[in-house]
Design a protein. Structure first.
Length: 127
């Protein structure tokens, strides 16, 4: 019985890893598909230059920002990182920066039906 439970857990974890699209990336590589990824902002940690983000799948992600990170509002007007609020929906272009992702460009905006269709036809992004 215990061996069966362990086997079931291993199969489940393997499936999660395979379906999550986890893939190795080299430092400095662009976001998957060369484009934006959609997130919901959980919190901004200005002293640590970090964003705690949530994917639509409820998976959380930690992303760093630096002085080169550009932030835009819904009207494509450049704003400050401090202007972002929890619950904001964001489109982010990022690159690998060591073990973390570095946000290069952040754009506030909703996910439209057209965006959802476009994203659902693409392979999952690495996390």
């Amino acid at each position: 019985m215990n061996k069966l439970l362990v086997l079931a857990v291993l199969v489940y974890l393997s499936a999660i890893i395979a379906l999550s699209g986890v893939a190795a990336q080299t430092p400095g590589s662009p976001a998957p598909n060369g484009g934006e990824e959609f997130f919901i902002l959980s919190s901004v940690n200005l002293p640590k230059s970090q964003l705690l983000l949530k994917r639509p799948t409820e998976v959380t992600a930690l992303m760093t920002v630096d002085v080169r990170t550009k932030v835009f509002d819904e009207q494509n007007k450049e704003v400050k990182l401090a202007d972002l609020r929890s619950g904001d929906t964001l489109w982010i272009i990022s690159t690998a920066a060591g073990p973390e992702r570095l946000a290069v460009r952040i754009r506030k905006g909703p996910m439209t039906v057209a965006d959802l269709r476009r994203l659902s036809s693409q392979p999952p992004a690495p996390h």
